[in-house]
Design a protein around this ligand. Structure first.
Ligand code: CAA
Length: 258
């Protein structure tokens, strides 16, 4: 499918989805959100794709919701249209692993979009923030909720109340991102991680993702039981037999997603 606000390429079983509205620092317009939801759904359904990388440009992952598009909307407009509701939530329903590769600004909805991915690798020029407070509103796609789970109450309050930006070093220190790399190595690093994930059993990566995500939704006791049962269930797969035999035979496992 041809997109106007995205560039999608598939190489080595990895779908690279690049936000592409350079004139607006990849601000999340209605069209971009619709196209992103469609591209994510398509990658999730494509048997050739085993991992997804979402990125922007060197200057901006995304500078937030499109302020110019939202500015004149009324309460009734955003309520009845459920602005940033079900469409963007498609990303959360993707079952394949999704890595955010963030360079430059990841602000407002851009920071929230990165946090909807499974993990974030960022460039050393990345800047994260929830500056909605400067616009007389608050975050609307998880900036008060997911960010608090990532970095704790104190930093989440600081970011949401002052609107200040967090640089890459602080983001790594706070647990918002998993790795920081030089800007010119960002895509190599993210694609390398994605290809590594793509080489595993797709059944195991899908179940691992579900189990980690479960930890956000349930108690520790329930989460541990869920994890143990999921671990047990993987013994029904050929990939478990192959992975463990390959270890004993000192060879690379050949997973077949069965
Ligand atoms: N929406 C619409 N257009 C945007 C935009 C946004 N969020 N962010 C940047 N742009 C546009 C600018 O208007 C500008 O367009 P023009 O050249 O036509 O004027 C172009 O992108 C380049 O931006 P700047 O000239 O401002 O670039 P800069 O380098 O001077 O500043 C910046 C960069 C600090 C990111 C600044 O653009 C900025 O503060 N952007 C807004 C960030 C923000 O407030 N995000 C939160 C949005 S609300 C939200 O996301 C709600 C939610 O939770 C769902």
């Amino acid at each position: 499918m041809a997109y106007q606000t995205l560039i999608v390429e598939i190489t080595d079983h990895v779908a690279l989805i690049r936000l592409n509205r350079p004139e607006a620092l990849n601000a999340l317009s209605g069209q971009l959100v619709s196209e992103l939801a469609a591209a994510m759904k398509a990658a999730d359904a494509d048997a050739d794709v085993r991992c997804i990388v979402l990125t922007g440009s060197e200057k901006a992952f995304a500078a937030g919701a499109d302020i110019k598009e939202m500015a004149s909307k009324s309460y009734v407009d955003v309520l009845t249209g459920d602005l940033f509701g079900p469409e963007i939530e498609v990303i959360q329903r993707v079952r394949k692993p999704v890595i955010a590769a963030v360079a430059g600004y990841a602000l407002g909805g851009g920071c929230e979009l990165a946090m909807m991915c499974d993990f974030i690798i960022c460039a050393d020029n990345a800047k994260f923030g929830q500056p909605e407070i400067n616009l007389g509103v608050i975050a609307g796609i998880g900036g008060t909720q997911r960010l608090t789970r990532f970095v704790g109450k104190s930093k989440a309050m600081d970011m949401n109340l002052t609107g200040r930006f967090m640089d890459a070093a602080e983001a790594e220190r706070s647990g918002l991102v998993s790795r920081v790399v030089p800007a010119d190595k960002l895509l190599d690093e993210a694609m390398g991680a994605a290809k590594k994930i793509a080489s595993k059993s797709a059944i195991a990566t899908m179940v691992a993702k579900e189990a980690v995500n479960r930890s956000y939704e349930t108690t520790l006791r329930e989460g541990l039981l869920y994890e143990r049962r999921a671990f047990h269930a993987l013994f029904a797969t050929e990939d478990q037999k192959e992975g463990m035999s390959a270890f004993a035979e000192k060879r690379e496992a050949q997973f077949r997603d069965r």
